[in-house]
Design a protein around this ligand. Structure first.
Ligand SMILES: NC(=O)C1=CN([C@@H]2O[C@H](COP(=O)(O)OP(=O)(O)OC[C@H]3O[C@@H](n4cnc5c(N)ncnc54)[C@H](OP(=O)(O)O)[C@@H]3O)[C@@H](O)[C@H]2O)C=CC1
Ligand SMILES: O=C(CO)COP(=O)(O)O
Length: 323
């Protein structure tokens, strides 16, 4: 039994907290809003994000950061654009345990990955990444899920894999944190694109084409940035792309679907692909890689392209060889 901390009490943080508690661990789930965390502790449910799932025994919701002093590992599960602000506020000097980054996004202003931001604030901490195909609702409900745990340090990676795997959550080990994060972040941009195509009624053939060419785009950027093709083709890349680009359970896909169907931009939920589309363009430029799908999504989101024009321009690009 381990002491596991989770920072970020949204859908995914709560789901991970549930699965670790159901696996027999002591879990402390930290959220920034005291009233919400008190209500969660009293009612035994996260009414805002996972209202249908009672919290298991062994899970302590709190807004008191000092409750995280004695953890074996802490998972950071706040949306990617808010990681920097949160790390600037929280003091980890008395918390020496490994920190695991779980958000799927790239910081739009800087083009930085979560671990790059993490390293800047926590240079002395061991760090790792958890990512891969899994919806919070299903994970929290104990449905079987396989995710990737990535760390540069193989000893740490194995220790965390052992510590955090449970009967319903199978963690596969990787030493490619960069590839794992890129795959998880870019699939959200592609899910918006696939949602637009589906919502516009263009058919599943177009969706398959977009997913495949989107994967080619992800691989081009990933390889240019030093990621491994095995990682990009694994759970954290191809696996999550398949899940997210084909399911209305995905917020990013649904965002795109509504946009394609009605022309309206949804608000009020975490749509990581929106900010990450912008970040992709920075990285594409920096690494001199062509990313026409990410560019098109970013242009639509910026209001520079309407959906019909965007689709025509993608289809009328110069003909080229597949590889
Ligand atoms: N949901 C899912 O199925 C999965 C999500 N992920 C990833 O996990 C990450 C988190 O997503 P998810 O939990 O679903 O998001 P949610 O929208 O469900 O929850 C967001 C959480 O972040 C907190 N938060 C928002 N803004 C800030 C801020 N400025 N500072 C501190 N905390 C903040 C919210 O707190 P408050 O309630 O107080 O606003 C809330 O606890 C994303 O990167 C997502 O891609 C990964 C796999 C699956
Ligand atoms: O990352 C996810 C599934 O693996 C969840 O996707 P959404 O953020 O689009 O809901």
């Amino acid at each position: 039994m381990n002491n596991i901390g989770v920072i970020g009490a949204g859908a995914f943080g709560t789901a991970l907290a549930c699965v670790f508690a159901n696996g027999g661990n002591h879990v402390t789930l930290w959220g920034r809003d005291q009233a919400k965390m008190n209500a969660m502790a009293q009612l035994g449910v996260n009414s805002d994000y996972l209202p249908d799932l009672p919290l298991p025994n062994g899970l302590l919701p709190t807004s008191d950061f000092s409750r995280l002093l004695d953890m074996d590992a802490i998972l950071m599960v706040v949306p990617a654009q808010h990681l920097r602000g949160l790390l600037a506020q929280l003091d980890f000097t008395k918390i020496p345990c490994p920190i695991i980054f779980c958000a799927k996004g790239i910081e739009s202003e800087s083009g930085k990955l979560q671990t790059e931001i993490g390293n800047a604030f926590l240079p002395d901490h061991d760090i790792a990444v958890i990512t891969g195909p899994g919806f919070a609702q299903e994970i929290a409900g104990g449905k079987p899920t396989a995710l990737t745990i990535a760390s540069d340090n193989p000893v740490l990676g194995e220790r965390l894999q052992e510590m955090l795997s449970t009967p319903s959550l199978r963690l596969y080990l990787s030493n490619d944190m960069r590839g794992a994060q890129l795959g998880g972040a870019l699939k959200n941009v592609l899910a918006i694109a696939c949602g637009i195509v589906a919502g516009s009624g263009l058919g599943q053939s177009a969706q398959a084409a977009l997913m495949t060419r989107g994967f080619a785009e992800t691989s081009r950027l990933g390889l240019a940035m030093g990621a491994k093709i095995e990682t990009l083709s694994g759970l954290s890349g191809f696996g999550d792309l398949v899940l997210t680009c084909t399911s209305k359970q995905s917020r990013n896909f649904s965002f795109g679907h509504t946009l394609g169907r009605t022309g309206a931009f949804s608000t009020g939920k975490t749509y990581e692909g929106v900010a990450t589309a912008k970040a992709c363009l920075k990285l594409a430029q920096q690494f001199n890689v062509e990313m026409p799908i990410a560019q098109t999504v970013a242009d639509i989101l910026d209001g520079q392209l309407d959906v019909p024009t965007a689709l025509t321009s993608l289809m009328s690009r110069p003909l080229k060889s597949e590889f």
